[in-house]
Design a protein around this ligand. Sequence first.
Ligand SMILES: [Zn+2]
Length: 98
Amino acid sequence: MNSVETITHTIFIAEPVAGSEKIKGTPMTYDFYRNKIKGTSPIYAPNYIPEHEELPEKYTCTICKYQYRNSLIPFDELPETWSCPICNAPKSVFRKED
Ligand SMILES: [Zn+2]
């Protein structure tokens, strides 16, 4: 098993070697969590989006395509030392989306 560290997550990469046919159903993917369980990102998470507010401007990392959109902390107010939470690229590589 391998793992990749990011600032906010540890991503584990593994190949399943055994399972059970007793357990049926939809696997717990992030899409399932968001759409079926109605899970949302915590208010201070970089991908937090308020439900009934106008969406803030979106900035995209030109290295890994991570998208920053957070109405609590606009991109312009992030410190210059801020870096991409996925690939650690500096703030200067982000481009505003139209
Ligand atoms: Zn990035």
